[in-house]
Ligand binder design. Structure first.
Ligand SMILES: *Cc1c(COP(=O)(O)O)cnc(C)c1O
Length: 467
């Protein structure tokens, strides 16, 4: 399988090259040249596969430069860290199938992709006798999932900046209690935006970036999308076993458009009609629901909500969908993305019919989140986290009676215990991985939000690319 850039500015590359490149060198995003189709018979033959076996079947259709036995091993290792044998189990409450994606080490769905990406990096670096220094900024969830993806791995160091005392206590401790030598937590005296801007400026220092082989962990890496395709197919297969009809809808709480884009790929792969509708749900940072409902993709001010992992404006994976929407025309895609970079908006109302065939969308307020957590708890005795509640509320509003709906549960409620407690007056049970976390030893470097000082710290603690 060859990979191309959405902006058409690089020659075709292989899967492993695409993983190591992350962002395409022409500023675009990488996509497979074609999307493999899965026939009905193949899908039926997958019914009894375990999650890792199914992951192998799907991923190997996109990966032809890693030997099959090695890929199987990488997949098995990545999902052995999950606390559920099914990896992503489905639970059924009334009309809702809840797809629990939070049984990984940091209790959020990002583990599904980052456990795999960490192992994949380790494998590719070993084959190449090379090293990687990962640097990233986090507002909470991504940082811990990335740290757990690479902790203790050879040839990789990771530096994660988080805003000092502006992430939740649980989120902070999930990062700072990891004491492996290759993990460097930096608490900066500033905001998440300050951290992100420092990371961007360090990456823009091209000679520094090349000298230290800096790599990133953000959601634009194709391997992350690919790992997420698996649970869409897995849950389709399992719901089909319960229901007469094999058509399903999905409701997806969305921020950077990574998770729902994996659903879009799954929809294209599977036999027509297997996935009927992808429902995109945003919090009041509603750029994506405005885009789907009116073709208006325009930035507005960032709002702080009770679902912080979705407090995002420009969605980093949006360009991938835009490319398909433009019929794989990279020149058009490039022009539109340049227009967006210059003006902070693009008008896609001409493409409205197609967009509405691909997605439905809605926006959910903080008040509705609290109501949904509360009503779901009363009715089913099941606790939703605020992000999951956004998808469930969208499902309540947009589902059709005849089609089963799968709601993606993206975080364990204990990660957002305060919001949950305010909504239902009860605290969620604390999962085992968080037991005792408040008293564990921590390591973290507190620094001013000063790019030069942080860059010097990274240089001092980086793995040496020349040895
Ligand atoms: C990252 C995240 C999301 C949003 O996923 P995207 O791929 O960015 O759309 C939703 N919920 C939780 C808990 C997350 O951590």
């Amino acid at each position: 399988m060859q990979y191309l850039s959405t902006r058409g500015g690089i020659p075709p590359i292989s899967f492993t090259q695409a993983v190591m490149m992350g962002l395409a060198e022409d500023g675009g995003l990488l996509l497979p040249r074609t999307i493999p189709r899965i026939g009905c018979e193949t899908l039926l033959s997958w019914q009894e596969l375990s999650y890792p076996e199914l992951a192998f079947e799907i991923m190997s259709r996109f990966i032809d430069d890693i030997p099959g036995s090695d890929l199987r091993e990488l997949i098995n290792k990545s999902y052995a860290t999950f606390s559920s044998d099914e990896v992503t189990p489905l639970v059924h409450h009334g009309d809702y199938h809840i797809l629990e994606l939070f049984h990984g080490p940091t209790l959020a769905f990002k583990d599904v992709a980052l456990q795999f990406l960490g192992n994949l990096f380790e494998y590719l670096l070993k084959a190449d006798n090379s090293i990687l220094n990962i640097i990233g900024a986090t507002s909470g969830d991504t940082g811990s999932a990335a740290i757990y993806g690479v902790r203790g791995k050879e040839r990789i160091n990771i530096f994660i900046l988080h805003p000092h005392k502006r992430v939740s206590e649980v989120q902070e401790r999930q990062m700072t209690t990891v004491l492996d030598d290759n993990v460097f937590n930096i608490a900066i005296e500033g905001s998440f935006d300050d951290g992100q801007s420092i990371v961007k400026r360090i990456f823009n220092d091209i000679s520094f970036k090349n000298k230290y082989r800096l790599g990133s962990i953000n959601s634009i890496n194709w391997a992350r999308v690919l790992a997420q395709v698996v649970y869409y197919v897995h849950s389709c297969i399992h719901v089909a076993k319960h229901e007469k009809d094999s058509t399903v809808d999905f409701a997806i709480p969305t921020g950077n458009f990574g998770d729902i884009f994996a659903g879009y790929i799954a929809k294209k792969m599977l036999p027509p009609g297997t996935i009927r509708q992808l429902i995109l749900a945003t919090n009041s940072n509603d750029i994506l629901s405005r885009f789907i409902n009116n073709g208006d993709y325009s930035l507005s001010d960032l709002k702080i909500t009770s679902s912080p992992s979705m407090d995002i404006q420009a969605a980093s994976n949006f360009e991938r969908y835009l490319y398909y929407l433009m019929d794989s025309d990279s020149a058009k895609t490039k022009k539109l993305m340049e227009e967006f970079a210059a003006n902070g908006k693009i008008d896609l109302s001409d493409s409205q019919d197609q967009i509405k065939r691909d997605f439905a969308a809605t926006t959910v307020s903080d008040a509705e989140v609290a109501e949904t957590i509360s009503s779901f708890y009363k009715e089913f005795d099941y606790i939703l986290d605020p992000h999951t509640a956004i998808g469930v509320k969208a499902a309540m509003d947009l589902k059709t009676a005849s089609v089963p709906i799968i709601c993606l549960a993206t975080a364990h409620p204990a990660k957002f215990g305060d919001v949950v407690k305010d909504a239902i007056n009860t605290s969620p049970d604390i999962p085992e991985s968080l037991h005792g976390i408040e008293t564990k030893e921590t390591r973290c470097k507190l620094m001013a939000a000063d790019k030069n000082a942080i860059q010097a710290f990274v240089a001092e603690h980086s793995l040496d690319a020349s040895s």
